[in-house]
Design a binder for this molecule. Sequence first.
Ligand code: COA
Ligand code: AMP
Length: 637
Amino acid sequence: MASRYAEVYGAWQSDPVGFWEKAAGSIDWMKPWDKAFDETAGAYGRWFVGAECNTCYNCLDRHVSRGRPGQPALIYDSPVTNTKKKYSYKKLLDHVIAMAAVMKDHGVEKGDRVLIYMPMIPEAVMAMLACARLGAVHSVVFGGFAAHELATRINDAKPKLVVSASCGIEPGRVVPYKPLLDDAIDQATHKPEACLIQQREQATAALKIGRDNDLGMLMQQALSAGRQVPCEPVAATDPLYVLYTSGTTGQPKGVVRDNGGHMVALKWTMENLYGVEPGEVFWAASDVGWVVGHSYIVYGPLLHGATTVLYEGKPVGTPDAGAFWRVISEYQVSSLFTAPTAFRAIKKEDPSAQHLQRYDVTGLRSLFLAGERADPDTIIWAEDILRVPVIDHWWQTETGWCIAGNPLGLGPLPVKRGSSTVPMPGYHIDVVDEGGQPQEAGMLGNIVVKLPLPPGCLPTLWDAEERFVDSYLSEFKGYYKTSDAGLLDEDGYLFIMSRTDDIINVAGHRLSTGAMEEALAGHQDVAECAVIGVADELKGQLPCGFVVLKDGVDRTPETIEKELIALVREQIGPVAAFKKVLVIDRLPKTRSGKILRGTMRSIADGQEYKMPATIDDPMILEEIASALNEKGFVKSS
Ligand code: COA
Ligand code: AMP
């Protein structure tokens, strides 16, 4: 099929507002908008101003009343607990109403924040949708973050209520969540009024009288009583959620997502980008704690009337490297979305894809990859074994949906491996130099998006409009700064090469080296430190820390290194995968005192590097190289 991409992108270019007004026809509104786009509102304009709507209504109620009550909405597949459950649209709606009733009983009202700290269980999805129903604002925190990170988010979002579970389950170990939550609330200056705890049999939690409540029991009561909670009309511009993402400092950024524009954009992508029909099964193998989970485990598929899969397991080890193929065949998954690292993990364990022979995956039509750059080797391997288009697409927590991709629903464009293909309607991408001047095709530069951003993208940061403008809008006037560097080739294909800030990407998880440096600097013996991301075959990047000790410290470097690893795990969480750290005598710096992180990274990655002209003392680089070699931390090229 010839691609309609050029025609559709052209239609957006010639009438950007009309394009999204037309797309908005697929959403049920309680009150129409006064202005589809008001350029005078917000930091760069706001979408669907004056309209009222409810995201939960569009995800559930309308499908129940219009012919899909019995269709599976959510399939929960949990190899770590040997559980499989299907929720039809009607059943999911009933559970979401029950959850909303319980939240209401705890005083949650429109505009209140509810923090959700949960493993991949159906109650996490129900809690998100219940918030949407009440017009409350959810903030989901990924389960792999530890108490300190949780406390930071509690202080910023100031939730009235926390919804959590007694434990999460990682292969081979149960992770009690409740002690982490208790610790976080102790550390936080803001105290939530109540906590709802889903008890799991693998590790039940002690509940604090007066604060904690048994969520399962309360939901059961609400279900038995047939409680009803109507959908609260909210402004299209009201926040649906705040999702914290790593910034360059230890203070994460609270990305705000609105209700109206978000629905319009996600619904559009289900058909036109992913090429999925209502009624089909869409599986995003991610976690509800990440943006991919928000957009494509929960909201996108449900807005579209599709079936979504909630998978509590890993690509390997639960129980083997055939896990993804089992899920695809068991539920007739038509499209899979995951991070390249998941495929690298499968390939490492089962290079000739032996496990695939046990399953029928012929229902699969496409594989979408995002979260990190998809390396050509992984793409080729996936194409070879699955024989479906493998699509790399680029986006960020901030945008909530794809900036550049290959729109399968409009008819695929030729694939250039290593490129995330072309901008989606709504995005005008330029590559500019440091001064904001457009670069020629093929030249590397800063990737920027011309304002206004399309519906679905962040209008601001939670309670931090000034930080929003400073971080994203002020450096390149009239543009949103993505903090990714790359190039557009002569065919307009986009290649993402690296971040321009201190963010690293570990197993598709976005992490701040600045936050890790803050944790290391908190150790009593550390005088100064630097954390860089070094290349890793499986996870893409891994953090590596370098520390200089204070004068007079007499404990062994090995002891201190162990403490530092434990410190980052305790403060940020296991998700940081911080396992490499070296005590060194001094850090390489420029004469003005700037740490040469880029050069250190090149040394660790085994790449050629130029001696920086401004370096204070070139000898230090040799010291770094031999320290890395001694530990076996250098990648052999
Ligand atoms: N709760 C508690 N701990 C968690 C957790 C959670 N929800 N998620 C991860 N962790 C822990 C892991 O157990 C691991 O701990 P360890 O250091 O004791 O081994 C650590 O955090 C790192 O986890 P992870 O990055 O998942 O690494 P892994 O080695 O367990 O698995 C992959 C590697 C590639 C299999 C895994 O990262 C994966 O499936 N990635 C898929 C990509 C993805 O989900 N991307 C999200 C954006 S699309
Ligand atoms: P997150 O906000 O966690 O989704 O991470 C966003 C960042 O991940 C981007 O700014 C990129 O640096 C990186 N990223 C995401 N998808 C891709 C991709 N397809 N190709 C290259 N980098 C990507």
